[in-house]
Design a protein around this ligand. Structure first.
Ligand SMILES: Cc1cc2nc3c(=O)[nH]c(=O)nc-3n(C[C@H](O)[C@H](O)[C@H](O)COP(=O)(O)OP(=O)(O)OC[C@H]3O[C@@H](n4cnc5c(N)ncnc54)[C@H](O)[C@@H]3O)c2cc1C
Length: 366
């Protein structure tokens, strides 16, 4: 598909492709390398190539981020840890004391944060806080905090009694914070669950105005959804490339690419990938034009991740049982892509959000 990219982005795409094809692919395949050593080497390469800082720019261009992420995924390396620098996320624009105590150490890589939004299924009520003088006293539980076991602090959605939802920074070493469970999901990522028993934090640890916590969180989630969509369309293209190579391989009785029924499936894969990619590119361009793209980001995330899942499933079917052998690239992609339909908003919940925006609130242009 023609990208109609300006020359600087064409250059970026080619540079990222060179980086991905050789040194990054080599690191990905170095299975004997400890994960921390691999991440350090990826980080060094990414910094040298000017990629690492892209996510930390004051006003990053969505199209630039999309081109970088898609190109990495297209070469099967988009999931490597260490490619991009830590982002401010919900801490973007915070004033003192949070700026010095949490934001700057986060950006410098001296502190790690976790995003605590999801409540465990058995939580009696959403995590809440009582106001006590200049403190918030927090109780409740959170689960599925990615990287939570290594986090120095959590940015948690908390219902402040009498004020509404707030995003609150909670240091994980405070009295009353307990890491109750560590677990790994199918895609290989690590998560933690926490309980909070009357945890006291300064009121200044609430980010933004009281009551706007949920919309603040959703604004940031929108950017993460676009990042996931970029990864999904790049991975979809990577899957298609692998399938094409496999189908064209000479076998006894001729290549599978000669079969009409295989061509039908393969053609459908390309059509789906084209439609997903067009959606994701349009959304990035609208965001760069300063448009409100909450619904478009939902559409891009849901559509791109579902297409990528359908494609990897079909790829396994066309390649055959070999693709399901543990360690096969398609087997790894299948596990990784499955998680994307839940993370940062489960597909049906997002569909309902789009419907609600249009039917109940009269908002959104989809
Ligand atoms: C790899 C991975 C990383 C993650 N990282 C994080 C993280 O860093 N921080 C974080 O906070 N969370 C994280 N999550 C959690 C993720 O955000 C949630 O799994 C997701 O939002 C869905 O929530 P849930 O698991 O509670 O499922 P539920 O919300 O319980 O949904 C399960 C099913 O029930 C349906 N459903 C839900 N409500 C209703 C209803 N009222 N009526 C009818 N049907 C309904 C849904 O549509 C869905 O089909 C992560 C998840 C994954 C897989």
């Amino acid at each position: 598909m023609p990208d109609c990219l300006p020359p600087d982005l064409t250059r970026l795409r080619d540079q990222v492709a060179d980086l991905a094809r050789e040194p990054l692919a080599r690191l990905r395949d170095a299975t004997d390398l400890p994960p921390s050593a691999r991440a350090a080497q990826v980080r060094a390469l990414s910094k040298a190539a000017g990629l690492f800082g892209l996510t930390q720019a004051a006003e990053p261009s969505e199209l630039t981020l999309l081109v970088a992420r898609e190109t990495l995924a297209l070469h099967g390396v988009g999931h490597l840890p260490g490619l991009f620098g830590p982002e401010a996320g919900l801490l973007e624009g915070v004033g003192e004391p949070l700026r010095s105590s949490h934001l700057l150490p986060l950006l410098a890589g001296d502190k790690r944060g976790g995003f605590a939004f999801t409540e465990p299924a058995d939580a009696a009520r959403p995590t809440w806080a009582e106001v006590e003088g200049d403190r918030l006293v927090i109780s409740g539980q959170k689960s599925y905090v990615t990287g939570g076991a290594d986090a120095d602090f959590l940015t948690a959605l908390v219902e402040v009694v009498g004020q509404g939802p707030a995003m609150v920074v909670i240091d994980t070493d405070l009295p009353g914070v307990t890491l109750t469970r560590r677990f790994t999901s199918l895609d290989g990522s690590h998560h933690a669950a926490f309980s909070f028993d009357q945890v006291r934090v300064p009121r200044q640890h609430a980010i933004g105005a009281p009551g706007d916590g949920r919309s603040r969180a959703l604004g940031k989630i929108s950017a993460v959804r676009r990042a996931i969509a970029a990864d999904a369309v790049g991975t979809a293209a990577w899957i298609i490339d692998r399938v094409a190579t496999e189908l064209q391989r000479e076998r006894r009785g001729g290549s599978r690419a000669a079969s009409e029924r295989i061509r039908l499936r393969y053609g459908e894969m390309r059509i789906q990938a084209y439609a997903a990619r067009a959606t994701v590119y349009r959304t990035a361009r609208l965001a760069d034009a300063g448009q409100e793209v909450v619904n478009e980001s939902i559409a891009a995330k849901v559509f791109a991740t579902e297409v990528a899942n359908q494609l990897v499933d079909m790829a396994v079917q066309l390649v055959g049982g070999e693709a399901l052998v543990t360690g096969h690239p398609l087997e790894q992609a299948l596990r990784r892509l499955r998680a994307l339909r839940l993370t940062e908003g489960e597909s049906d919940t997002l569909r309902v959000n789009v419907a609600r925006g249009h039917l109940d609130l009269g908002r959104g242009r989809l």
